[in-house]
Design a protein around this ligand. Structure first.
Ligand code: FNR
Length: 183
């Protein structure tokens, strides 16, 4: 069947470049890959005391990721690392112990920044957690997207041709990766 990918967005901001990137990817994805964009607004903080009585927002988030065949993270960099909201989502999805919704799924990491380094620090800190969570992360192409500030018009449409071409190639490589590792 047509595999689906949970696209987890690492920013809560309404005008987030990461969210716009996730939407652009959805438009570029081949028919063989369905993308489900997940924003983390309203996901409460992980607290181990609540493992037996999880808040509804944890249950919803876990269900949505669990039923996906793959996970794709689209994130900005905060202080050379992953934004707290994204780390929180990883922690929520990884628990209760032994029931991680990420385990064994193929995955991808796309970081971006208005600056020139493209969120390299966030990208690789995220990969550190994904090694432990047994997510099979696509290695090439890597996606450190710098200069994101002029990529979209005021309607949120992707207007930077070089980026469109890169994302098109990325999403095709990702679709092939997911097909290869679909469980
Ligand atoms: C940033 N920003 C940033 N950029 C970067 O390239 N490296 C960094 O370490 C940081 N650190 C950082 C910390 C905090 C707390 C904020 C609020 C911002 C800038 C960041 O890339 C920019 O605000 C992006 O627009 C955030 O992504 P979204 O919200 O557009 O997806």
């Amino acid at each position: 069947s047509q595999p689906s990918t949970a696209v987890i967005v690492g920013s809560l901001r309404k005008e987030s470049f990461s969210l716009k990137l996730a939407r652009a990817l959805t438009a570029l994805a081949p028919p063989s890959l369905r993308l489900d964009v997940i924003t983390l607004n309203g996901l409460s903080l992980y607290n181990q005391d609540l493992d037996a009585t999880p808040p509804a927002d944890w249950v919803d988030f876990r269900d949505r990721v669990r039923k996906a065949d793959a996970v794709l993270f689209v994130t900005p960099e905060y202080n050379r690392s992953v934004p707290g909201v994204l780390k929180n989502a990883i922690d929520v999805g990884s628990r209760p112990y032994g029931q991680s919704v990420f385990n064994g799924k193929p995955g991808g990491v796309i970081s971006s920044s208005p600056g020139t380094l493209g969120g390299f620090g966030a990208n690789h800190h995220l990969r550190q957690s994904l090694v432990f969570l047994n997510v099979l992360v696509l290695q090439q192409p890597e996606a450190y997207i710098g200069g994101i500030g002029d990529a979209f018009d005021e309607k949120g449409e992707l207007v930077k041709t070089s980026l469109r071409e890169f994302l098109d190639a990325y999403v095709k490589a990702f679709a092939a990766w997911v097909a290869r590792h679909q469980q």
